[in-house]
Design a protein around this ligand. Structure first.
Ligand SMILES: [Zn+2]
Ligand SMILES: [Zn+2]
Length: 269
């Protein structure tokens, strides 16, 4: 890190993929997702911040005809798969979003192929390998490579597989309470077992921002970061930014961070 004020912005891009997302209306609204992406990318462009977008691999497919159920997780996400193509099923396939992100020079990270919790007993070693290998295939077909990994729900598992597939860094839930504790160092990325572990300081979600106390906490954290320096990692999902107000608060946070620090992706750390 080259500056005393380092800022990361990352977004997990999920749309309707994964058993838990495909049943939640706001996750599977493809129009909303695309409106959010245009807005966020414009905010990043204006503030000169390079960001990391953790994509579910299935979204990178132009289309599919289903997947091998013997290697798929026991949760039945693959039964919901429309086995169709973009743009007719644009909450399951989003090569347009991948191109938008990539053409702006942002980083694309692995968020598994179908959003399987790597810490769940349903995720056998075969499933974990399937999830990583299919992600690499889908991203490779789009000319994208990555060394950064974001675990679904930030639950780590099969860490030993990551370097085997070329990943040398991953994000974890950072715990913003530590950030305020003056006796603790700022939660900087640290090296553990040869991997760079990148803490996520604060998550923006509509649940938080509709609550003025939580929105106020983001402002206080950013002021604290400005005063003390160090590392600040703001993250969210495209479906978490549910309202204009959420987008406005994020836009203001990006402006503040761009003015007071250097906004970089995981691979720049
Ligand atoms: Zn599919
Ligand atoms: Zn996720």
């Amino acid at each position: 890190m080259t500056q005393s004020h380092t800022f990361c912005f990352s977004m997990d891009v999920e749309l309707g993929i994964g058993a838990e997302h495909s049943v939640v209306k706001r996750c599977s609204d493809p129009k909303h997702a695309r409106r959010v992406m245009v807005d966020v990318l414009s905010g990043l462009r204006k503030t000169g911040i390079r960001a990391t977008f953790a994509l579910i691999g299935h979204l990178m497919l132009p289309g599919c005809q289903g997947h091998d159920p013997r290697r798929s997780p026991s949760i039945d996400w693959w039964k919901m798969d429309p086995c169709s193509s973009y743009p007719s099923e644009d909450s399951w396939y989003a090569p347009d979003i991948v191109r938008m992100i990539d053409s702006e020079g942002h980083e694309i990270a692995c968020h598994t192929f179908s959003h399987v919790d790597f810490a769940s007993p349903a995720c056998t070693p075969n499933v974990a390998r399937f999830e990583i290998e299919e992600w690499l295939k889908a991203s490779g077909n789009m000319g994208i490579s990555s060394r950064s990994f974001v675990f679904p729900r930030n639950n780590t598992g099969y860490l030993e597989l990551l370097p085997e597939y070329g990943f040398d860094r991953y994000a974890v839930d950072g715990g913003s309470q530590d950030f305020f504790n003056p006796s603790l160092p700022s939660p900087y990325p640290s090296e553990v077992g040869g991997m760079l572990v990148i803490p996520r300081t604060f998550m923006i979600s509509e649940f938080r921002l509709s609550n003025p106390q939580k929105a106020g906490k983001l402002s206080r954290l950013l002021m604290h970061w400005k005063k003390r320096g160090g590392f600040f990692h703001l993250w969210t999902h495209e479906w978490s930014l549910a309202s204009r107000r959420d987008l406005m608060i994020l836009g203001n946070a990006l402006k503040f961070a761009g003015r007071h620090g250097e906004g970089i992706g995981f691979s720049d750390l």
